[in-house]
Design a protein around this ligand. Sequence first.
Ligand code: CUO
Length: 695
Amino acid sequence: YPKNDLDNTLFIELSPEYLPRKYQTKAPQILSRFGEQDGRRIDISSMLRDDLLNIKLDEVQTVDRRDQFSLFVPKHHRAANKLLEIFLGLKSVDDLMAFAAYARERVNPALFAYAYSAALLHRPDTKNLMLPPVSEIFPHNFVDAQTIAEAKESADILSSPSDRVAIEIPQDLTGNDRDMEHRLAYFREDLGINLHHWHWHLVYPLDGPTAVVTKDRRGELFYYMHHQVLARYNVERMCNGLDMVKRLEWDEAIEEAYFPMLNSDVSGRDWPSRPANLRLTDINRPDLQLSFSIDDLKRYEERIYEAIHRKVALDANGQNIELLNEQGIDVLGNMVEASILTPNADYYGNLHNMGHSAIAYIHDPKFQYIQSAAVMSETMTAMRDPVFYRWHKVIDQLFVEHKHTLTPYTAEELTFGGIQVTGLEVCSYNDQQICRQDRNVLQTYFMRSDIDMSRGLDFTPRGPILVRVTHLSHDEYAFTIRVNNTTGRRVIGTVRIFIAPVVNNKRLPTTLAEQKTLMIELDRFAAELSPGASTIVRRSIDSGVTIPFKQIFRDLNANRPDDDSYREFDSFNYCGCGWPHHMLLPKGSRGGFDMELFVMISDYSQDKVQGNGEPALGECKTGMIICGLKDKFYPDRKPMGYPFDRAIRTGVNTLQNFMTPNMFSVPVRIMHDDQVRLGQVLADQSVSIKDLNQD
Ligand code: CUO
C-alpha cells in the first residue's frame, strides 16, 4: 500500500512470471536491485490466481507502452477506462495489488498511473489510502532532464544523507527576460499548481464508469476551477506588467512559444517544443485514431454559443434542455469539456478536449515525423505552456456568456437582513509571528525548498535525490471582520472573501465589470454571528481554496518557525486536490500592487446543503472551494463564484455601488520582496548546475 513516509515504503516483490516474457529469464537480476534498506517487502506471487491471469488487457494495450498518454484523446481514455473498470471490479485489495503489479509492466506507464490512482480514489476499500504526489511518480514531468541527471550523479557519489546536496533548478530554466512571457514561468511551472491540476482531473474524470464520473456539480466545477485559474493568471500578469491573456484565435499564428526542457519518462524522448507562430491545422493522426478539422471545432463553438443565446440546448433526441436555471451551468460545463455527461456529443462535440489535442499535436498534425504529444496533452504538464491560458480563455468566454444571460442579482437578493459588516482588516505576520504595523499590507517573496525525487527514479545505490525549487510564498495573515447582528438571535453566515486589482493593466480605474472577471476567491466558510457586535478572525492557513505547503514539499525535517501551524494531512487522496498554499496570493510588486479586499456574508440557512451530514472527524476539507468534498454534495448551494458570477445589475459601475450592508471592502497592497528566502530544506547545501559545470 502506498505509505506516506519513505521508511515504511512497502516493496512488492515480483516472481519472474509476473513480468512480460522478454524479461523473465533476466528476472532474478532485475529483482536483486531491492536492497535491505528498502523497507518492508511482501511476495505477492501466491496471490496471482488463474482467474486474474485470464483478465484480458488487449484493449488497454491498444495504447503503446511508449506512447505519450493523453486523457484528451478518446482512444487513450477508452483504454484507460477499461483498466480502471478492471481495477474497480476486483474483489479484494489483495487481488487489486496482485493484478496491478502484473499489469504495471504490460501497459503504458502514464495510463497505468492514471487508472490505478483513480481506482484507489474510488474503491470503497482503498479510498482512504494516501496517494503520493504524482511528481514523485513522474519526476521527469516536473523537473528538467539536466537537473535530474546532475541530482542522480550527486546521489550516486554522495549517498550518505549527511553529505546530501540539492541541485538547484534555475529560475530561468525555460527562457530568459528577452521573452516577456517568461516573467510568468514561476506560476506556470510551479510544482503545486501542476499537481493540483493533475489531481483535479483525477477526481473528476471526463469518462469512466458512471459512478466515477457522476459527481455533484462536476460540470460547474470544471467551469469554476478553470475560471479561477484564469483570474489568478491574469492578476499575476498584471503584477508583472503584462496585458491580460488574449483568447486563442482560430486563424492566427500563436505568438507565444514554449520549450519545456523536460524529458518524458514514458516515451523516453524530450517533450516536443512548440516554436513561435505556429497555426492550428487539421489533425489527422492514424496512430491515435484521431482526425478532426479546425472547422469542426469552430462549428462546435458556434453551436454552443447558439444554445447559450437560445437559452436551451438540444439533447441527443432533439428535446430541449433549459439552460436558464441552476443546473444550466452544469449542463454547459459537461457539454464544453466534454465529459460523458454531455447532453449531445454528436452535435456539440468535444470542444475543450479536442482543442487541447489540436495544440498538443500542432508540431506534427499529420504524423509525418512520428512525434508524440506536447505538454498540452497531459494534465500534469499542460499548465506550463502559455497557450494553456489562451485556450482556456476561449472556453471561459462561453461560460461567462451564459452567466450574462441570467438575470443579475438585485440588491435585495444580495442583502442579509439584520446583518451588517462594519469593518474588515488584514494583518500580515512576520517570521516572529508578530502582526505588521502597517495594516492591510501583504508580503510575498520567493523561497527555495527541496523535494526528494528518489521514489520516482530507479537507480542504485538508493539514497535521496534532492532538487531545490524556487517558488513564490507569502507571510501568513489573518482577516478580522467586524459584524453587527441586529436580528436579536444567533445566526450563521457564509463568509465569502475575494480580492481583485484596483487598476487595470493600463493603470486606469477598473469598472466593476472588468474587476469581476479578476476576482480571486481567497476563502469561504461558515461563521456564527451572535446578537450585537462581534468579530470574526480567520487565518490564511485555514483557507478553503488551498492545500498545505507540506503536502507538496513532503519534508521530513521541516524547520520553519511556524511549522506547527501547518495543517497535518490525513487522507491525502482528496486533499491532493487544492490550490498550493504558497500560491494563495498574487506576487504583487516591489513598489506595491494595489488590490481591493472584499467580504460578503450571506445567509447560511439559504446556502446550507442538505444531506451532507456532520463533517466526520479528520475529514479532508482542504481545497473544497475548487475541489468539492469527497462523496458529498458541493458544500454551498449558491452558484460557484457568487456574487460575482453573473452580470452586474444596471446602474452599478463600481464595487462601492455594488455593496449592500452585509458587504465590506478595503484597499490592500501586496508588496514583493526580491530577496529569496530559504524554505523547507533537506540538504545543508545546494549547488547550481552552472557551478557544477564550471567544476
Ligand atoms: Cu484542466 Cu483544459 O482542463 O485542462
